[in-house]
Design a protein around this ligand. Sequence first.
Ligand code: GLU
Length: 446
Amino acid sequence: MIRTRFAPSPTGMPHLGHLRTCAYAYALAKHSQGDFVLRVEDTDRKRYVPEAVEIIKNMVSNFGMKWDEYYVQSERAQKGIYKKAAEKLVEQGYAFYCQCSARDAKHEGYSDVLRDPCRDKKFKEGAIKIRIPDNEKITYHDFVFDKDITWDSNTIFDATLLKSKDLEELPTYHLAATLDDHEMEITHVLRGYDWMPSTPIHLLVYKYLGYKPPEIGHLTDIQSIEGGKLSKRKGSTSIQQLEKEGYLKEAIFNFTILLGWAPKDNRELFSLEDFVETFDPKGFQKANPVFNRQKLDWFNGYYIRQKTDDQLVQLIEPFAPKNADVSLINQTIHLIKDRIAKLSDYPSFSGFFFQEPVVDKSLFIDQAADQLSQALVVLKALDNWNKEEIEATLKELINKNGWQTGDFFMNLRIAVTGSKFTPPITDSVAILGKEKTLERLITCLK
Ligand code: GLU
């Protein structure tokens, strides 16, 4: 039975890379009715962001993924399991106590020097570090890249496994992840490429603890379109931020799972259920995928159009102008549904329904004053204010004067909406109502 885990560290807001790792681990397990474990790796207390735990859990469940088991490493640490394992490794000679100050460590779990000065000092307490053997080849088969990867042990640092007393004797990632993967009977580990340097250390820990290592696969790095690895500096990749920008979950999900995985056919549209059903680890791609926002916009537009008008009204509400009348949003929805790529595009397409536009008169084209004043007269005389009547009346006016249809409607559009890009203008005028339309024409003619 396949058992996978998503093991985020709550050090910040979840981003696309987290969602991708989680979705792949979930699909790998669920494709064959296996188990999916959510494990919070919170033993790095310096970088711990308490609210991140809930946000990560919400991300997993909001995207529809249900975990079968849930663990928190800091809680497990209270039972002393990691400490016991580390001490056992010291007893067996695979690890040693180190009394260098934490300042000397480059960063969490990694040593500064290849061979630690404390390794043969036989201290009886301190942080516990792994004694990396000399002249060994450390190899595993990466199931994502589908190839063997080998390190020379002489290039691997004596990494920290258990922190010293002043750091609460908490395990580092290297010890906690390996022990947990074993105890939780994880069969397949999937994680980001940046964790590759940890893998030889983990392989030794598994070996020294007498455990069979799970299958391990590293996921490709998502590249930004300007080149280089996608990062906060290169635009928003946080899931929360993307949702704030008006991207739907369905679109974010569909876009993300195709960053590094592809089905056998060229199919592009996947819900979570479709993805689980179709998932095949052979579909992992070896080249780094590129975060292409246009593609994300395309998915978003697609999923927006799959919504019913009622669903879309609800989704649009937070993006509509402040205090916007919901029934007005309702009336406008069918006009913008095919036009917006993001929910946040709504105000730029339909803000004029809710507030008086600022009209830049330099946008008007030929004969605007004549056209608008005559339009005002015929529209004022109109009794039945609906799209068909409005259209027929204006067409008659255009024909009578021999105006260019496109020019006339552009001038009307600018006068009523303040913009050159709006939903169809006669539909818009019909929804806006007679009073407001006439008022706006009068304002423009002043
Ligand atoms: N805790 C690591 C992270 O936050 C996960 C590494 C792993 O999956 O082994 O990315």
